[in-house]
Design a protein around this ligand. Structure first.
Ligand code: GRF
Length: 203
């Protein structure tokens, strides 16, 4: 399965995909890593692994739609079968998403439908939740609102801070994303209309 991965920052989830692929645990080829931040460590990680990179600056476009259109045209040129949003911190134009329905996924650090958007760790703490987690979902026009693929859960511990929670969750996010992409690559999970089809095998 050919992948394009988009990241705005650190890229530890990208690294998890690279490492799993290299270890023979993930049958994918990462064709492209793209970013809206030229300095994103994710781009350096890709370069170090010999993966093609693309950095586009939103400020050099007239508007959001123009940026998104160019980004997705360039991604399409690499012919990915699946686009993975892994810490890509932009809302995408529904017009560019439509042709990719069922072929674009996002990892979001909350137990969706709880806490769409930003500051999810802090919000889970402030709400007094007993557990927190991360979700991988198909991307639709609704921010963090597309059909769920899988979730990982961790307990919230006494004295937890947002940073501590984020750090503990990150380990689980890496596993969750690799397992989710592996299931899609194997055809065990797919989107049909607005329904996620799952063959019932464990992630
Ligand atoms: C992860 O917590 C992911 O859920 C969220 O952004 C973070 C990305 O981390 N969307 P990294 O850049 O992959 O290290």
């Amino acid at each position: 399965l050919r992948l394009a991965v988009l990241s705005s920052g650190r890229g530890s989830n990208l690294q998890a995909l690279i490492d799993a692929q290299r270890a023979g645990r993930l049958p994918v080829e990462i064709a492209l890593v793209g970013s809206d931040k030229a300095q994103a460590p994710a781009l350096r990680r890709a370069e170090e692994s010999g993966i093609a990179t693309l950095a586009l600056d939103p400020k050099s476009y007239a508007n959001r739609a123009a940026f998104d259109a160019d980004l997705f045209a360039r991604i399409a040129g690499h012919r990915p079968a699946l686009i993975v949003l892994a810490g890509f911190m932009r809302i995408l134009d529904p017009a560019v998403l439509a042709p990719w329905a069922g072929r674009i996924v996002n990892i979001h650090p909350s137990l969706l439908p709880k806490y769409r958007g930003l500051h999810t760790h802090r919000r889970a703490l402030e709400a007094g939740d007993a557990e927190h987690g991360s979700s991988v979902h198909f991307v639709t026009a609704e921010l963090d609102g597309g059909p769920l693929i899988a979730q990982a859960r961790i307990p919230i511990l006494p004295g937890d801070t947002a940073d501590a929670l984020a750090e503990r969750l990150l380990v689980e996010e890496h596993r969750l994303l690799v397992a989710s992409v592996a299931s899609i690559a194997a055809g065990r999970i797919a989107l049909a209309g607005s329904q996620v089809l799952h063959d019932g095998s464990p992630l």
